[in-house]
Design a protein around this ligand. Structure first.
Ligand SMILES: Nc1ncnc2c1ncn2[C@@H]1O[C@H](COP(=O)(O)OP(=O)(O)OP(=O)(O)O)[C@@H](O)[C@H]1O
Ligand SMILES: [Mg+2]
Length: 240
């Protein structure tokens, strides 16, 4: 097994508060790992640390053998931020072509990414005129345009209908099968079932790191929503 992302004893403070309290995990290359946890539990913070844009207090984050944020990783990581980060005054196609050019890629790759996120029909529209869900997908097109080795997707399917969600997950699976390591955060449990592995964090602590079926088995239920509630309650029942 090749490890693409290794997090060891990661401690992050934001503002004056600790947000991650010594988190350790390893993510296998070419897999899809789901990052789950309640709002405010530290999912985005962990992703920012992996991308290398988060100041960390202690611990290490290693990506493809380099410390997170290393210049050698710049072209190898795609990051979809939770809030869409595309230019409102450019069209969808112009945005994708701009991001493609940062990776030395051309119009063909950009147009393919726009198609992959289901926006071919809106390629000539200004991003500022799109719906929220369309804007998220425009941002996703820019994150996947280079088919990066490591793809960090912060809630990529929020605001998308079930058909589109299904299509987007097929894209993520295709990228993983082609060798990309995908880390994706979500609140939607039927999406979690599509991951190879799940990381469940709560208040900055890892409370599960396993396959979806093992998480369900450990909680004694077939329902992932229920499994997470059980694991969280079990954790709360154990005195610190
Ligand atoms: N810029 C900031 N300054 C201070 N504290 C912050 C900042 N950003 C986030 N936090 C705090 O860090 C904690 C973790 O936030 P984070 O954004 O990582 O959570 P999350 O799991 O991604 O939540 P959500 O599901 O709502 O996106 C929260 O308590 C939040 O209030
Ligand atoms: Mg978040």
């Amino acid at each position: 097994m090749t490890i693409a992302i290794e997090v060891a004893d990661l401690v992050v403070h934001r503002g004056s508060r600790p947000v991650l309290h010594g988190l350790t995990c390893a993510i296998e290359a070419g897999s899809i790992t789901g990052l789950l946890g309640p709002s405010g539990s530290g999912k985005t913070t962990l992703m920012r640390a992996v991308v290398g844009v988060q100041v960390v207090r202690s611990g290490t984050v290693t990506v493809l053998g380099h410390p997170a944020g290393h210049t050698a990783l710049r072209r190898q990581i795609g990051y979809l931020t939770q809030a869409p980060s595309v230019y409102a005054d450019l069209t969808v196609r112009e945005n994708a072509r701009y991001f493609a050019s940062l990776y030395g890629l051309g119009a063909a790759e950009a147009d393919a990414a726009v198609r992959d996120v289901g926006l071919a029909g809106a390629a000539k529209q200004l991003v500022g005129d799109l719906s929220g869900g369309q804007r998220s997908r425009a941002s996703l097109a820019c994150a996947i345009v280079s088919k990066p080795k490591v793809l960090i997707l912060d809630e990529p399917t929020v605001g998308q209908d079930p058909v589109l969600r299904d299509e987007l997950w097929a894209q993520f699976r295709g990228l993983a099968e082609a060798g990309s390591t995908v880390l994706v955060s979500s609140h939607v449990m039927d999406e979690a079932n599509r991951c190879d592995r799940l990381l469940l964090i709560r208040e900055g602590l890892l409370i599960a790191d396993d396959t979806p079926s093992a998480v369900k088995a450990a909680a004694g239920t077939d329902d992932l929503d229920q499994a997470f509630l059980t694991l969280i309650r079990r954790r709360e029942a154990v005195p610190a």
